[in-house]
Design a protein around this ligand. Structure first.
Ligand code: AMP
Length: 308
């Protein structure tokens, strides 16, 4: 079994979808990643920061899922990172209404000693210099470093982001962000350009249209499961990344063939995330739910055809 270090925001989110609206609820990239990865029975640790306003119950929720939270710093007189967004009717696109960095603005991450030799590092969405700092604290080169990011950091810290992209093995990014990062409309061309920036593997997430895994000239595609209920897509990308990283930590196999399975696990977990607001569905998910959905996935994509 491999250890997994997760860095990313632990946050308050306020969300509006065509189905409803929430006040400040638990959110954050590292939260969703951690909850997804917790299904693989691995040792995982979240490195992040919250303010004195962050409820102990939320921290307990994470540690009750066996996630090490000793790397989550609490700044007593500070405020937790806050994000709010509004989804359009198609539920695939959204507007960010507000991003308040608060305690994230001066955050210096500290990776717990026991996790500095972790084989898998999941650099979830937050400031690229924080992601870089985490990489620098590892005592040996991780087997696999995976990076997720967002348009916010492309707009506000592009040079720093390019530096950290250079150092990772995998990038997971959504289609619009891949286009913004490269200036290319074609995702195939965008993936090639991102390869040139450093990462050997490029995963492009396309929301309800699934995800693409690029490795040199090879492409693998996993659709998203067609769902009856899509309530709130917030965190689906992070949940995908958590499933992907958790599966790699569990198996320890970083071949292209195994990364395909990691994409399937990521897509499967993300399909649950969207069914309820915020982290609600991910908090109450058991392994039997996951197993059943993996089977559905298999049936969705398997076919026999005779090639003449
Ligand atoms: P996703 O829907 O997977 O893109 O992720 C949504 C989550 O990312 C929310 O829970 C937010 O708290 C968090 N988030 C939003 N903006 C940022 C940002 N600029 N940096 C880090 N995390 C963010």
């Amino acid at each position: 079994m491999n250890k997994l270090v997760i860095v990313g925001t632990v946050a308050f989110d306020a969300i509006e979808t065509p189905f409803g609206k929430t006040d400040k609820i638990l959110g954050g990239a590292a939260t969703f990643i951690g909850l997804a990865a917790s299904h693989f029975n691995i040792d995982s640790s979240i490195v992040s920061v919250v303010g004195g306003d962050f409820p102990q119950d939320y921290l307990d929720l994470l540690s009750n899922k066996n996630i090490d939270i000793s790397g989550i710093e609490t700044v007593k007189d500070g405020k937790t990172f806050f994000w709010s967004g509004r989804y359009h009717n198609d539920m695939n696109s959204r507007d960010t209404l507000s991003t308040e960095l608060n305690v994230l603005a001066d955050f210096r991450p500290v990776v717990p000693q026991d996790y500095r030799d972790a084989e898998i590092v999941m650099l979830g969405n937050l400031h690229p210099m924080v992601q870089m700092d985490v990489l620098n604290q590892m005592s040996k080169k991780p087997k696999m470093a995976i990076l997720d990011t967002m348009n916010f950091w492309m707009d506000n810290a592009l040079d720093d982001l390019l530096q950290v992209i250079k150092r990772v093995d995998v990038i997971t990014i959504n289609d619009e962000e891949a286009r913004q990062l490269t200036g290319e409309y074609s995702l195939v061309v965008a993936a090639r350009k991102i390869h040139e920036m450093g990462p050997k593997y490029v995963v492009i997430k396309k929301g309800e249209h699934g995800a693409l895994l690029f490795y040199n000239d090879n492409v693998f595609y996993a659709p998203a499961l067609p769902l009856e209920e899509v309530f709130d897509p917030t965190g689906a990308g992070d949940t995908f990344a958590g499933g992907f990283a958790g599966y790699l930590a569990k198996t320890g196999d970083i071949s292209f063939e195994n990364l395909k399975n990691a994409v399937i696990y990521g897509s499967t977990l993300a399909s649950f995330c969207v069914e309820k607001f915020g982290t609600q569905r991910m908090e109450n998910l058991d392994n039997e739910d996951i197993r059943r959905r993996l089977l559905q996935f298999k049936n969705l994509t398997q076919f026999e055809i005779e090639l003449t």
